[in-house]
Design a protein around this ligand. Sequence first.
Ligand code: ZN
Length: 328
Amino acid sequence: MRPVILDGHNDLALRVFLEHETVHIDLRRARELAFDGGFFALSAIGPPPDRPTAVPYALPLDDPIPFEQAVADVEGQLAALEGLDVSIALRVEDIRPGRVNAIVHFEGAEAIAPDLSNLEDWFERGLRSLGIVWSRPNAFGEGVPFRFPSSPDTGSGLTGQGRDLVRACNDLGVMIDVAHLNEAGFWDVAALTQVPIVATHSNAHAICPTTRNLTDRQLDAIGASGGVVGINFAAMFLREDGLSGTDVPLETIVRHIDYVASRIGVEHVAFGSDFEGCEVPDELGGAAGLPLLVEALRAAGHDDESLALITHRNWLRVLGSTWLSSTR
Ligand code: ZN
């Protein structure tokens, strides 16, 4: 049977906007590959981050992006996304198998005014998921710098505006994403939010101790909230040694999925590929390798029920409890 695959994170819109060649997602083949879409990130654009070539590494935190520039970047990427052969999902009922469903996600809230005066406008234009920060500081909080090995406890938590943003997103029914957020910010979100905690593209820190991955305590909090962790396919966040070489077996992705599933339950783990924004294992290659990953999970003991949860039902459940929690 054809699997249904919803994914927690891709940067296709950014790549198309920048007129860079796509490397992981070929929308013309999506149907045949069972890639049914998921979260499509729109980002404020800074200089490309350095890629570490040795461990340990400790890259500096990226510089802030001005609001006006961020609005222009995100508007350009939204137009690029709307020009693709995708269906933008505004309600859970809009998400249907057999087509590429696109959930509009901001990776960093730089395009949202610090007084939140344009948040509802973005909601009207399709915003349904928000990472408060990328790996840089902004008006709302501070992301993690890229470091290995390191705890994600790298700086201060949400600002007052960041706390207001979490409350406003809860009220509007916009999902909050804690990927890229530092640990203090994570606990601020956990204390404030009224809905399940979600990390769209992060892995197990116990296996790969980078700042970008989640500690056992963080995983436990996500599980207790009914949330989901989308497992990131970036080699550098999968590998135990923290290096970025892509000679990584598919089993390493399975290992992160199984670690999260055994610690907090298979209802709390999903895919968060980071396609078009990272270097993935050679064996996966891109969306074309998703059926192979599903088979690797099956070989590791996941039955149809477990595979359905990991590939799409967990995402649909958290969206259902987040989007429908809207008071509007
Ligand atoms: Zn990211």
